[in-house]
Design a protein around this ligand. Sequence first.
Ligand code: F6P
Length: 348
Amino acid sequence: MTDATPPQTAPHPLLDPGACASPNPAGVRRIAVLTSGGDAPGMNAAIRAVVRTASHQGIEVVGVRRGFAGLHRGELGLLGPRDVANIIQRGGTTLLTARSRTWRTPEGRALGAKYLREWDVDGLVVIGGDGSFHGAHFLQEEHGIPVIGIPGTIDNDLYGTDYTIGYFTAVETALDAVDKLRDTGASHERIFVIEVMGRHAGHIAVDVAVAGGAEEVFIPEDGKPVSDVVQTVQESVAKGKRGSIIIVAEGYAGGAQAVGDAITAGTGLETRVTILGHIQRGGTPVASDRILASRLGEAAVFALMEGRRGEMVGTTCGQITHTPLHVTWERSKDVNRDLYRCAKTLSV
Ligand code: F6P
């Protein structure tokens, strides 16, 4: 992508010449796309899908660098289908991302809207999480620019979609680490308390607890007191277990360190606390994230062509769905309670 001043006439040279147009009642001719907030594996696959679907439909795409921070600074440039070659397998986001304070102000959003108008953009696709969707929603409310959101966050905490892009890869990454920690934990007969990401949500924690065979899992959605871990560990020891894996979601009060401290204080046993952190946001996206990103990128372009606005595209039971942006953060998506229970059952 090369930054440039807005071209007024000629179509991008890389637009698909054999474009196969679907109904485009909204008359969309040029759209913009950006990634925002925490990156997630699969964002590149989503960018690629947006650009290639648009190209297939004879629509130009403007890429915005550094999310909303880049938008209010005018970091825009045309993106053609060859510009997104060889990125489907790459983690991170080639468009770069940021969390912008300026975008939270009406002045910042007005600047961004000015650039989108200068570039003659008919709609904006925002790939990100709830903070990014807030920013997109206000842009549309204040400046009338149609926006469509694509859920991209490892936390899987958006209402209106069964899964978010990046979640599957993050779970695999965390699980790989848990398996490795189990090896050393079992050898030393130690208790490992492992913190996975999830600022407000325990989706990663519950999946990893079940798949990693954990003794206990702590999530922010549950009011379970940290002292519960003492009984869990005491029971494990009584059953003859020589090591334990305890999974804690980042958003659980006090995090893994509080749980580790409670174990030591309550049982006198040695613990090791491991915070997996940002490693969970990197790496090659697994197939499920690439496929989800590809479907949702296509769906986002179709949504703008149909005249949809202010919605997130998602999948529910395998079908594409559209959810008003504000609903994605106003309603909360609960963790899978069956899995949560299963984690406990299987730790017997
Ligand atoms: O993107 C979601 C997330 O990874 C959360 O799980 C985590 O709490 C947060 O982002 C970390 O954000 P930052 O990269 O700004 O530290």
